[in-house]
Design a protein around this ligand. Structure first.
Ligand code: B12
Ligand code: SF4
Ligand code: SF4
Length: 380
């Protein structure tokens, strides 16, 4: 053991965290989250959609001591990932938008490495008895809740954690430890005031009330998490987002002061802005190679092509017709064929309509046939 006080230990851990590249770091007691009841309510309203993993392991989510039995503290770190638009790579038009958090190297890799280094530091300081578990979007823990408990910020009405100095372009990671560390005071006060910009700006109405997000309507869910068809009525509202969405953060006054990230790994990589037509001809091998270190790999090749079809349909992009036609006739995945049909119906050139009619004769999948029929009906 050591004769360092829990206050001194906390100070040392936080200093080490800042040296490791966290922009904010705080300590919460290892206890129940403050907002567990809101999570239960969210599930009962079915706002999680098809994210089955959000329903599982509720006991662990209820109390971090179910994740690490002799847990004493939760160290919460946040890294600012903001990069101004001017730093985006030059990409030929038409372009698909990618949410900022995904512009650089996969944040899971980046933050987990820092948390593991922090655990090594504690072990070197105190001995091998130190146990820790690190999470970055990777486990049953209400991460924003522990960030609030650790004093890093408040829950915005857009549900994001907002820090008064840095705004909300922050990624979170937690290290649960069996070391008694002095906790920071929680961030109790909301600074949203009467503002409702995020709620008004959300194009799909996903923010159904302050602090309540119906993920089934959220573009981030629709373009990343949803494994099936994007509901037809929501497709026109997605615009050109192909991976995630930033609108409810872009309009937030607390992000006006956002400072560029210091984290090299978060500087924009080639996938930060995507050439939409090029996406349509991406092979599995190219997809794997291009997105190996990118969060975009989560969408899978077919998911990204589905999203590109929606974006190109919304743009009425005539140059995309030949490749959309190829997908409509030849892609083995019915979800891709369905969304290619939708895009062709929106673009509605003579060629697009002719090919939709032709595809109807050959198509055997009922959902794709329905889509073709609806699309043809709309252009008549
Ligand atoms: C599932 C999930 C999603 C889902 C659902 C989002 C959601 N709001 O729940 C989808 C796919 C839509 C999503 C989108 C995004 N996500 Co996400 N996501 C998660 C995940 C895995 C779980 C979130 C969760 O527990 N949801 C359950 C609901 C109930 O929680 P909640 O909406 O956050 O609400 C909390 C509070 O608002 C509060 N609350 C609820 N009602 C009320 C009422 C009052 C009065 C008060 C005071 C509080 C309050 O309690 C709730 C529980 O703590 C976390 C990682 C993790 N394990 O925590 C990342 C996480 C939340 N996501 C993150 C990010 C970056 C995003 C995106 C910005 C990505 C993008 N640009 O596309 C968007 C933001 C969309 C948005 N406005 O939330 C970051 C957020 C960082 C931050 N600054 O807040 C996290 C923490 C990942 C990480 N490790 O950094 N995400
Ligand atoms: S991420 Fe986009 S779609 Fe989701 S709540 Fe925010 S503005 Fe709405
Ligand atoms: S836009 Fe306004 S209401 Fe929404 S999170 Fe920001 S300050 Fe809060």
């Amino acid at each position: 053991m050591t004769n360092l006080t829990s206050e001194r230990l906390s100070q040392m851990v936080k200093q080490r965290g800042i040296e490791l590249g966290f922009d904010l770091i705080g300590i919460a007691p290892a206890q129940q989250p403050l907002t567990y009841r809101y999570y239960e309510q969210w599930l009962s309203l079915k706002f999680h959609g098809e994210m089955g993993y959000m329903e599982r392991r509720r006991e662990e989510r209820k109390d971090v001591r179910n994740l690490l039995p002799d847990a004493k503290a939760v160290i919460v770190g946040a890294v600012n990932y903001f990069v101004p638009d001017e730093h985006l790579p030059e990409t030929p038009e038409p372009r698909g938008k990618v949410a900022r958090y995904a512009w650089g190297t996969d944040y899971h890799e980046v933050l987990l490495r820092k948390l593991e280094a922090l655990l090594d530091y504690l072990r070197a300081l105190l001995g091998d008895w130190v146990k820790g578990k690190a999470y970055v979007d990777t486990g049953p823990i209400l991460e924003r809740d522990f960030a609030v408990q650790a004093g890093l910020g408040w829950f915005g009405k857009n549900t994001c954690l907002i820090n008064p100095k840095l705004g909300s372009y922050l990624l979170l990671g937690e290290l649960i430890v069996n070391v008694p560390l002095a906790a920071d005071p929680p961030f109790i006060r909301s600074h949203c005031g009467k503002c409702v910009r995020c709620i008004e700006a959300c194009p799909t109405g996903a923010l159904v009330a302050p602090h309540q997000l119906d993920a089934k309507r959220c573009i981030s869910y629709l373009t990343i998490e949803l494994k099936g068809s994007i509901p037809r009525e929501l497709r026109p509202l997605i615009g050109t987002w192909v991976f995630g969405c930033d609108i409810c953060q872009e309009v937030c006054p607390w992000n006006r002061k956002a400072k560029p990230t210091k984290e090299e790994a978060f500087k924009p990589r080639p996938w930060a802005s995507l050439e939409l037509i090029r996406l349509l001809e991406l092979s599995e091998d190219e997809f794997r190679e291009l997105f190996r270190h990118s969060p975009l790999k989560r969408a899978k090749r077919w998911g990204l092509i589905r999203n590109a079809c929606v974006a190109l349909g919304n743009l009425r992009e005539v140059r995309a017709v030949p490749l959309l036609v190829q997908l409509l006739h030849n892609d083995p995945n019915p979800i891709v064929r369905e969304h290619a049909a939708w895009a062709l119906g929106k673009i509605a050139t003579e060629e697009a309509i002719r090919e939709l009619r032709k595809a109807l004769e050959a198509e055997s999948n009922e959902t794709v046939r329905q889509e073709i029929l609806l699309s043809l009906n709309e252009v008549r």
